[in-house]
Design a protein around this ligand. Structure first.
Ligand code: SAM
Length: 223
């Protein structure tokens, strides 16, 4: 089943706030801070892939001129919400991670939050991330992974199984959030993602942000 983001674009941020109790905002700030630790190059360009409504792209507005920030997503309705929310962000592109419409060695930083699960060809997308980043450029990923089978995470397992579809039914007749629950449960672990990134990236930081890695942050450098 395809994720029907176009159907929920106007409620996407509200649903995220409800389902994560607002924590997705903190996780996104955490990612941007991790990428900014040594300061951002003022002329370095930044790309947010699967940008959706532009939350992560917008967090760079306080750190670099808006002209350096690019957002790309295949869903027009999601981007229209982003354009309305963040009028200072002006560089929106319609397109997929597997075929980024940018030259080689163009970006200093590339981010992708909660997007990789939706890609048709993850390995091709990682190759594109590498192609468009400068050598030594930084990649920042936030993603949802299966919850480890340990007793201390049982409350999270229950929330994921029953709570997520409940919110989904309330806000979107369920489709998008049954999709979220099912794709996350079947998705690869952070360790497998690190292996898939290995041909192009050295992973510098891996941080489980909640429930032993349900949400995991990865920071990597292009080789
Ligand atoms: C869960 S949303 C994440 C949006 C945003 N990054 C955030 O963290 O709030 C996933 C996004 O991935 C986009 N997407 C789906 N397939 C894609 C692909 N092949 N390439 C790039 N983005 C894709 C969807 O349109 C959607 O906006």
């Amino acid at each position: 089943m395809k994720p029907p983001f176009s159907e929920i674009a106007d409620r996407y941020n509200l649903i995220n706030d409800c389902m994560s109790l607002g924590l997705h905002r903190r996780w996104k700030r955490c990612l941007v801070e991790a990428l900014s630790t040594n300061g951002l190059k003022t002329d370095g360009k930044i790309l947010d892939v699967a940008s959706g409504t532009g939350d992560v792209a917008s967090l760079f507005l306080t750190k670099t001129p808006a002209s350096n920030i690019f957002a790309i997503d295949p869903c027009k309705e999601m981007m229209n919400e982003g354009k309305r929310k963040y009028p200072r962000l002006t560089q929106w592109y319609e397109g997929e991670a597997e075929a980024l419409p940018f030259p080689e060695n163009y970006f200093s930083i590339l981010t992708c939050t909660f997007g990789i699960r939706n890609f048709k060809d993850r390995k091709l997308a990682f190759k594109e991330f590498s192609r468009t980043l400068v050598s030594g450029g930084k990649l920042g990923i936030l993603e949802i992974h299966p919850i480890p089978h340990k007793w201390q995470f049982i409350p999270f397992q229950l929330f994921w199984k029953y709570g997520v579809p409940f919110w989904g039914r309330l806000f979107s007749r369920g489709r998008a959030y049954h999709y979220l629950r099912d794709t996350a449960a079947q998705f690869i672990s952070p360790e497998v993602m690190i292996e898939e990134l290995q041909p192009y990236f050295d992973v510098q930081q891996k941080k489980a942000l909640i429930a032993g890695g349900l949400v995991t942050l990865l920071i990597a450098n292009k080789r």
